[in-house]
Design a protein around this ligand. Structure first.
Ligand SMILES: CCCCC/C=C/C(=O)SCCNC(=O)CCNC(=O)[C@H](O)C(C)(C)COP(=O)(O)OP(=O)(O)OC[C@H]1O[C@@H](n2cnc3c(N)ncnc32)[C@H](O)[C@@H]1OP(=O)(O)O
Ligand SMILES: NC(=O)C1=CN([C@@H]2O[C@H](COP(=O)(O)OP(=O)(O)OC[C@H]3O[C@@H](n4cnc5c(N)ncnc54)[C@H](OP(=O)(O)O)[C@@H]3O)[C@@H](O)[C@H]2O)C=CC1
Length: 263
Protein backbone atom coordinates (compact mmCIF):
# COMPACT_ATOMS: atom_id res chain seq x y z
CA UNK A 1 0.00 0.00 0.00
CA UNK A 2 1.32 3.44 -0.87
CA UNK A 3 0.11 5.67 1.92
CA UNK A 4 -1.29 9.07 1.03
CA UNK A 5 -2.85 10.04 4.39
CA UNK A 6 0.14 10.81 6.61
CA UNK A 7 2.98 13.27 6.06
CA UNK A 8 6.10 11.69 4.55
CA UNK A 9 8.80 11.21 7.20
CA UNK A 10 6.26 11.48 10.03
CA UNK A 11 8.03 8.77 12.06
CA UNK A 12 11.60 9.31 10.91
CA UNK A 13 14.02 8.67 13.79
CA UNK A 14 11.52 6.46 15.63
CA UNK A 15 11.70 2.71 16.07
CA UNK A 16 8.84 0.32 16.68
CA UNK A 17 8.81 -3.27 17.85
CA UNK A 18 5.82 -5.22 16.51
CA UNK A 19 4.92 -8.68 17.81
CA UNK A 20 3.30 -10.91 15.21
CA UNK A 21 4.95 -8.50 12.77
CA UNK A 22 5.64 -10.99 9.99
CA UNK A 23 2.04 -11.56 8.92
CA UNK A 24 -1.41 -9.98 8.55
CA UNK A 25 -2.17 -6.91 10.63
CA UNK A 26 1.34 -6.85 12.11
CA UNK A 27 2.97 -6.76 8.69
CA UNK A 28 0.55 -4.08 7.46
CA UNK A 29 1.52 -1.94 10.46
CA UNK A 30 5.22 -2.58 9.76
CA UNK A 31 4.71 -1.48 6.15
CA UNK A 32 2.92 1.75 6.95
CA UNK A 33 5.04 2.77 9.95
CA UNK A 34 8.18 1.85 7.99
CA UNK A 35 6.99 3.84 4.99
CA UNK A 36 6.59 6.81 7.34
CA UNK A 37 10.26 6.50 8.31
CA UNK A 38 10.26 4.28 11.41
CA UNK A 39 12.75 1.47 11.90
CA UNK A 40 10.61 -1.64 12.39
CA UNK A 41 11.65 -4.65 14.46
CA UNK A 42 9.46 -7.69 13.81
CA UNK A 43 8.98 -10.38 16.43
CA UNK A 44 7.19 -13.76 16.18
CA UNK A 45 8.02 -17.44 16.63
CA UNK A 46 8.62 -18.43 13.00
CA UNK A 47 12.02 -17.19 11.82
CA UNK A 48 11.38 -18.04 8.17
CA UNK A 49 8.18 -15.97 7.98
CA UNK A 50 9.89 -13.08 9.73
CA UNK A 51 12.84 -13.19 7.33
CA UNK A 52 10.54 -13.21 4.30
CA UNK A 53 8.71 -10.19 5.70
CA UNK A 54 11.97 -8.31 6.32
CA UNK A 55 13.16 -9.06 2.77
CA UNK A 56 9.86 -7.73 1.40
CA UNK A 57 10.13 -4.57 3.53
CA UNK A 58 13.73 -4.03 2.39
CA UNK A 59 12.60 -4.12 -1.25
CA UNK A 60 10.23 -1.28 -0.31
CA UNK A 61 13.21 0.63 1.18
CA UNK A 62 11.94 0.18 4.72
CA UNK A 63 14.45 -0.18 7.54
CA UNK A 64 13.51 -3.52 9.13
CA UNK A 65 14.97 -6.25 11.30
CA UNK A 66 13.53 -9.32 12.97
CA UNK A 67 14.09 -11.43 16.07
CA UNK A 68 12.36 -14.79 16.59
CA UNK A 69 10.73 -14.83 20.03
CA UNK A 70 7.89 -16.69 21.71
CA UNK A 71 6.20 -13.99 23.80
CA UNK A 72 4.83 -16.68 26.12
CA UNK A 73 8.38 -17.41 27.32
CA UNK A 74 9.52 -14.89 29.94
CA UNK A 75 13.23 -15.62 29.41
CA UNK A 76 12.92 -15.08 25.65
CA UNK A 77 11.21 -11.75 26.26
CA UNK A 78 13.98 -10.66 28.65
CA UNK A 79 16.62 -11.61 26.09
CA UNK A 80 14.70 -9.79 23.35
CA UNK A 81 14.91 -6.48 25.17
CA UNK A 82 18.58 -7.09 26.04
CA UNK A 83 19.20 -7.49 22.30
CA UNK A 84 17.12 -4.43 21.37
CA UNK A 85 19.05 -2.36 23.95
CA UNK A 86 22.45 -3.64 22.85
CA UNK A 87 21.84 -3.39 19.09
CA UNK A 88 19.72 -0.28 18.72
CA UNK A 89 19.92 1.45 22.12
CA UNK A 90 16.24 0.62 22.77
CA UNK A 91 13.10 1.48 20.82
CA UNK A 92 10.34 4.07 21.04
CA UNK A 93 7.16 2.11 20.46
CA UNK A 94 5.83 -1.37 21.20
CA UNK A 95 2.84 -2.88 19.41
CA UNK A 96 1.53 -5.99 21.15
CA UNK A 97 -0.15 -7.55 18.14
CA UNK A 98 0.70 -11.26 18.52
CA UNK A 99 -2.33 -13.20 19.63
CA UNK A 100 -5.05 -15.60 18.69
CA UNK A 101 -7.23 -18.43 19.90
CA UNK A 102 -9.11 -21.49 18.78
CA UNK A 103 -12.90 -21.38 18.64
CA UNK A 104 -14.83 -23.77 20.86
CA UNK A 105 -17.91 -23.75 23.00
CA UNK A 106 -17.00 -22.97 26.61
CA UNK A 107 -18.00 -26.46 27.75
CA UNK A 108 -15.48 -27.97 25.32
CA UNK A 109 -12.50 -25.97 26.60
CA UNK A 110 -10.18 -27.69 29.08
CA UNK A 111 -8.25 -25.91 31.81
CA UNK A 112 -5.12 -26.17 29.69
CA UNK A 113 -6.95 -24.88 26.61
CA UNK A 114 -8.16 -21.83 28.50
CA UNK A 115 -4.70 -21.31 30.00
CA UNK A 116 -2.95 -21.47 26.61
CA UNK A 117 -5.06 -18.63 25.20
CA UNK A 118 -4.72 -16.48 28.33
CA UNK A 119 -1.00 -17.17 28.33
CA UNK A 120 -0.60 -15.87 24.78
CA UNK A 121 -2.99 -12.94 24.78
CA UNK A 122 -2.77 -11.65 28.36
CA UNK A 123 0.40 -12.97 30.00
CA UNK A 124 2.43 -12.54 26.78
CA UNK A 125 1.22 -8.96 26.36
CA UNK A 126 2.03 -8.24 30.00
CA UNK A 127 5.54 -9.69 29.75
CA UNK A 128 6.31 -7.61 26.66
CA UNK A 129 4.84 -4.42 28.14
CA UNK A 130 6.64 -4.82 31.44
CA UNK A 131 10.03 -5.48 29.84
CA UNK A 132 9.54 -2.57 27.40
CA UNK A 133 8.62 -0.12 30.18
CA UNK A 134 11.56 -1.21 32.35
CA UNK A 135 13.90 -0.63 29.40
CA UNK A 136 12.51 2.86 28.76
CA UNK A 137 12.60 3.88 32.41
CA UNK A 138 16.16 2.59 32.83
CA UNK A 139 17.23 4.66 29.82
CA UNK A 140 15.22 7.74 30.82
CA UNK A 141 13.29 7.51 27.54
CA UNK A 142 9.60 8.04 26.81
CA UNK A 143 7.52 5.74 24.62
CA UNK A 144 4.16 4.40 23.57
CA UNK A 145 2.44 1.02 23.65
CA UNK A 146 -0.45 -0.15 21.48
CA UNK A 147 -2.24 -3.36 22.41
CA UNK A 148 -4.18 -5.06 19.62
CA UNK A 149 -7.24 -6.65 21.20
CA UNK A 150 -10.56 -7.94 19.89
CA UNK A 151 -14.00 -6.47 19.42
CA UNK A 152 -15.64 -7.64 22.67
CA UNK A 153 -19.18 -6.33 22.49
CA UNK A 154 -21.32 -7.89 25.21
CA UNK A 155 -19.55 -11.27 25.14
CA UNK A 156 -17.67 -13.45 22.66
CA UNK A 157 -19.50 -16.77 22.17
CA UNK A 158 -17.10 -19.44 20.95
CA UNK A 159 -14.13 -17.55 22.35
CA UNK A 160 -14.65 -17.32 26.11
CA UNK A 161 -10.89 -17.61 26.71
CA UNK A 162 -9.97 -14.91 24.18
CA UNK A 163 -12.77 -12.61 25.33
CA UNK A 164 -11.63 -12.89 28.94
CA UNK A 165 -7.96 -12.44 28.03
CA UNK A 166 -8.60 -9.40 25.84
CA UNK A 167 -10.88 -7.83 28.43
CA UNK A 168 -7.92 -8.25 30.77
CA UNK A 169 -5.66 -6.49 28.28
CA UNK A 170 -8.15 -3.65 27.88
CA UNK A 171 -8.24 -3.10 31.63
CA UNK A 172 -4.45 -3.47 31.84
CA UNK A 173 -4.21 -0.77 29.16
CA UNK A 174 -6.00 1.65 31.48
CA UNK A 175 -4.01 0.74 34.59
CA UNK A 176 -0.65 0.94 32.84
CA UNK A 177 -1.63 4.23 31.19
CA UNK A 178 -2.33 5.56 34.68
CA UNK A 179 0.78 4.15 36.37
CA UNK A 180 3.25 4.83 33.56
CA UNK A 181 2.01 8.29 32.59
CA UNK A 182 4.55 9.81 34.95
CA UNK A 183 7.29 8.08 32.95
CA UNK A 184 6.05 9.52 29.68
CA UNK A 185 4.69 6.18 28.48
CA UNK A 186 1.33 6.31 26.68
CA UNK A 187 -0.65 3.06 26.56
CA UNK A 188 -3.61 2.51 24.25
CA UNK A 189 -5.41 -0.35 22.54
CA UNK A 190 -6.98 -0.92 19.15
CA UNK A 191 -9.90 -3.33 18.87
CA UNK A 192 -10.16 -4.59 15.29
CA UNK A 193 -13.39 -6.01 13.91
CA UNK A 194 -13.20 -8.76 11.29
CA UNK A 195 -10.10 -8.03 9.21
CA UNK A 196 -9.07 -9.87 6.03
CA UNK A 197 -5.83 -11.67 6.92
CA UNK A 198 -4.57 -15.24 6.66
CA UNK A 199 -5.43 -15.48 10.38
CA UNK A 200 -9.10 -15.80 9.37
CA UNK A 201 -8.45 -19.14 7.58
CA UNK A 202 -9.55 -21.06 10.65
CA UNK A 203 -13.00 -19.42 10.60
CA UNK A 204 -16.04 -20.40 8.55
CA UNK A 205 -16.31 -18.11 5.52
CA UNK A 206 -20.12 -18.12 5.49
CA UNK A 207 -20.21 -17.15 9.16
CA UNK A 208 -17.75 -14.32 8.50
CA UNK A 209 -19.82 -13.02 5.56
CA UNK A 210 -23.03 -13.27 7.59
CA UNK A 211 -21.37 -11.40 10.45
CA UNK A 212 -20.01 -8.54 8.38
CA UNK A 213 -23.27 -8.14 6.41
CA UNK A 214 -24.88 -6.99 9.68
CA UNK A 215 -22.34 -4.25 10.33
CA UNK A 216 -23.13 -0.55 9.94
CA UNK A 217 -20.15 -0.57 7.54
CA UNK A 218 -21.16 -3.87 5.95
CA UNK A 219 -17.87 -5.24 4.69
CA UNK A 220 -14.81 -6.98 6.01
CA UNK A 221 -12.02 -4.67 7.21
CA UNK A 222 -8.55 -4.30 5.72
CA UNK A 223 -5.28 -4.67 7.61
CA UNK A 224 -4.15 -1.23 6.43
CA UNK A 225 -7.20 0.26 8.18
CA UNK A 226 -5.77 -1.01 11.47
CA UNK A 227 -2.31 0.20 10.46
CA UNK A 228 -3.61 3.72 9.89
CA UNK A 229 -5.13 3.79 13.39
CA UNK A 230 -1.76 2.72 14.80
CA UNK A 231 0.06 5.41 12.80
CA UNK A 232 -2.32 8.01 14.21
CA UNK A 233 -1.78 6.87 17.82
CA UNK A 234 2.03 6.82 17.37
CA UNK A 235 2.17 10.18 15.60
CA UNK A 236 2.36 13.58 17.30
CA UNK A 237 -1.45 13.67 16.89
CA UNK A 238 -1.64 10.98 19.58
CA UNK A 239 0.39 12.84 22.18
CA UNK A 240 -2.55 13.47 24.56
CA UNK A 241 -4.26 10.08 24.19
CA UNK A 242 -3.71 7.36 26.77
CA UNK A 243 -5.74 4.57 28.37
CA UNK A 244 -8.21 4.30 25.48
CA UNK A 245 -9.35 1.47 23.24
CA UNK A 246 -10.02 2.61 19.69
CA UNK A 247 -12.57 0.40 17.93
CA UNK A 248 -11.74 -0.04 14.25
CA UNK A 249 -14.50 -2.45 13.39
CA UNK A 250 -17.06 -0.99 11.00
CA UNK A 251 -19.37 -0.57 14.01
CA UNK A 252 -19.19 -4.20 15.19
CA UNK A 253 -19.09 -3.08 18.82
CA UNK A 254 -22.66 -1.81 18.39
CA UNK A 255 -23.99 -5.32 17.77
CA UNK A 256 -24.95 -7.89 20.42
CA UNK A 257 -23.41 -11.22 21.41
CA UNK A 258 -26.05 -13.12 19.43
CA UNK A 259 -24.51 -11.83 16.20
CA UNK A 260 -21.23 -13.54 16.99
CA UNK A 261 -19.54 -16.74 15.95
CA UNK A 262 -20.61 -19.68 18.16
CA UNK A 263 -17.52 -21.95 17.95
C1 LIG B 1 -15.89 -13.87 12.72
C2 LIG B 1 -14.44 -14.12 12.95
C3 LIG B 1 -13.86 -13.18 13.98
C4 LIG B 1 -12.45 -13.54 14.28
C5 LIG B 1 -11.79 -12.54 15.10
C6 LIG B 1 -10.41 -12.92 15.48
C7 LIG B 1 -9.49 -13.23 14.57
C8 LIG B 1 -8.13 -13.56 15.00
O1 LIG B 1 -7.77 -13.58 16.16
S1 LIG B 1 -7.04 -13.81 13.74
C9 LIG B 1 -5.61 -14.51 14.55
C10 LIG B 1 -5.39 -15.82 13.98
N1 LIG B 1 -4.47 -16.63 14.70
C11 LIG B 1 -4.87 -17.41 15.71
O2 LIG B 1 -5.98 -17.41 16.13
C12 LIG B 1 -3.87 -18.30 16.34
C13 LIG B 1 -4.36 -19.70 16.33
N2 LIG B 1 -4.26 -20.40 17.56
C14 LIG B 1 -3.12 -20.76 18.14
O3 LIG B 1 -2.05 -20.34 17.78
C15 LIG B 1 -3.23 -21.78 19.22
O4 LIG B 1 -4.48 -22.41 19.17
C16 LIG B 1 -3.06 -21.23 20.66
C17 LIG B 1 -1.87 -20.31 20.79
C18 LIG B 1 -4.28 -20.46 21.05
C19 LIG B 1 -2.83 -22.43 21.59
O5 LIG B 1 -1.59 -23.00 21.21
P1 LIG B 1 -0.86 -24.16 22.07
O6 LIG B 1 -0.58 -23.71 23.45
O7 LIG B 1 0.26 -24.69 21.24
O8 LIG B 1 -2.01 -25.18 22.11
P2 LIG B 1 -2.04 -26.74 22.17
O9 LIG B 1 -2.25 -27.30 20.82
O10 LIG B 1 -0.88 -27.24 22.97
O11 LIG B 1 -3.39 -26.94 22.99
C20 LIG B 1 -3.52 -26.44 24.32
C21 LIG B 1 -4.85 -26.90 24.85
O12 LIG B 1 -5.90 -26.33 24.06
C22 LIG B 1 -6.76 -27.38 23.59
N3 LIG B 1 -7.30 -27.04 22.28
C23 LIG B 1 -6.63 -26.69 21.17
N4 LIG B 1 -7.47 -26.49 20.15
C24 LIG B 1 -8.72 -26.74 20.62
C25 LIG B 1 -10.03 -26.71 20.05
N5 LIG B 1 -10.21 -26.35 18.77
N6 LIG B 1 -11.07 -27.01 20.83
C26 LIG B 1 -10.93 -27.34 22.12
N7 LIG B 1 -9.69 -27.39 22.75
C27 LIG B 1 -8.63 -27.12 21.99
C28 LIG B 1 -5.85 -28.59 23.50
O13 LIG B 1 -6.59 -29.78 23.51
C29 LIG B 1 -5.00 -28.42 24.76
O14 LIG B 1 -5.73 -28.76 25.89
P3 LIG B 1 -5.47 -30.17 26.67
O15 LIG B 1 -5.84 -31.24 25.69
O16 LIG B 1 -6.39 -30.12 27.84
O17 LIG B 1 -4.03 -30.21 27.03
N1 LIG C 1 -7.96 -10.74 11.62
C1 LIG C 1 -8.96 -10.40 12.43
O1 LIG C 1 -10.13 -10.38 12.04
C2 LIG C 1 -8.68 -10.01 13.85
C3 LIG C 1 -7.45 -10.15 14.44
N2 LIG C 1 -7.27 -9.76 15.73
C4 LIG C 1 -5.98 -9.87 16.38
O2 LIG C 1 -5.02 -9.17 15.63
C5 LIG C 1 -3.74 -9.79 15.81
C6 LIG C 1 -3.14 -10.10 14.46
O3 LIG C 1 -3.97 -11.04 13.80
P1 LIG C 1 -3.88 -11.39 12.25
O4 LIG C 1 -2.85 -10.57 11.59
O5 LIG C 1 -5.25 -11.36 11.73
O6 LIG C 1 -3.47 -12.92 12.29
P2 LIG C 1 -2.08 -13.65 12.19
O7 LIG C 1 -2.35 -15.08 12.49
O8 LIG C 1 -1.42 -13.31 10.91
O9 LIG C 1 -1.23 -12.99 13.35
C7 LIG C 1 -0.86 -13.58 14.54
C8 LIG C 1 0.63 -13.35 14.69
O10 LIG C 1 1.00 -13.63 16.04
C9 LIG C 1 2.21 -14.36 16.01
N3 LIG C 1 2.26 -15.17 17.23
C10 LIG C 1 1.37 -16.10 17.65
N4 LIG C 1 1.75 -16.63 18.79
C11 LIG C 1 2.92 -16.03 19.14
C12 LIG C 1 3.81 -16.17 20.22
N5 LIG C 1 3.57 -17.05 21.21
N6 LIG C 1 4.91 -15.39 20.26
C13 LIG C 1 5.16 -14.51 19.27
N7 LIG C 1 4.35 -14.33 18.22
C14 LIG C 1 3.24 -15.08 18.14
C15 LIG C 1 2.12 -15.21 14.76
O11 LIG C 1 3.40 -15.61 14.27
P3 LIG C 1 4.06 -17.02 14.64
O12 LIG C 1 3.00 -18.05 14.48
O13 LIG C 1 5.18 -17.13 13.67
O14 LIG C 1 4.54 -16.87 16.04
C16 LIG C 1 1.45 -14.24 13.79
O15 LIG C 1 2.42 -13.47 13.13
C17 LIG C 1 -4.00 -11.03 16.67
O16 LIG C 1 -3.75 -10.71 18.02
C18 LIG C 1 -5.47 -11.29 16.44
O17 LIG C 1 -6.05 -12.04 17.48
C19 LIG C 1 -8.28 -9.20 16.48
C20 LIG C 1 -9.50 -9.04 15.93
C21 LIG C 1 -9.82 -9.47 14.61
Amino acid sequence: MKQEIFAPGLLTGKSVLITGGGTGIGLAMAQLLGELGAHVILVARTAETLEEAVTKLHTEHISADCIPVNIREEQEVTELFDTVSAKWGGCDFLINNAGGQFTAQALNISANGFRSVVDLNLQGTWQMSSAFARMLIEKGRVGRIINIVLCLQSGVPGMVHAGAARAGVMNMTKTLAYEWGEHGILVNAIAPGTIATSGLKQYNTDQIQKGVSRLPVSRIGRADEIAMAAAYLLSPAGSYITGTTLEVDGGEHLLGASDQIKG
